[in-house]
Design a protein around this ligand. Structure first.
Ligand SMILES: [Zn+2]
Length: 43
């Protein structure tokens, strides 16, 4: 379930977070159909 994942308000927020931790090459953001927020793919 997505409840254990970090949620972002927008795709930009999610990608900014990925950038900060240096994983933007490995991850991308997707809009979650369950909560309507954005998560990063991967863990
Ligand atoms: Zn979600």
């Amino acid at each position: 379930m997505c409840t254990r994942k970090r949620r972002y308000r927008s795709q930009g927020d999610a990608l900014d977070a990925a950038l900060l931790v240096g994983v933007e090459r490995q991850r991308s953001a997707y809009r979650c159909p369950l909560c309507g927020h954005w998560h990063l793919t991967g863990n």
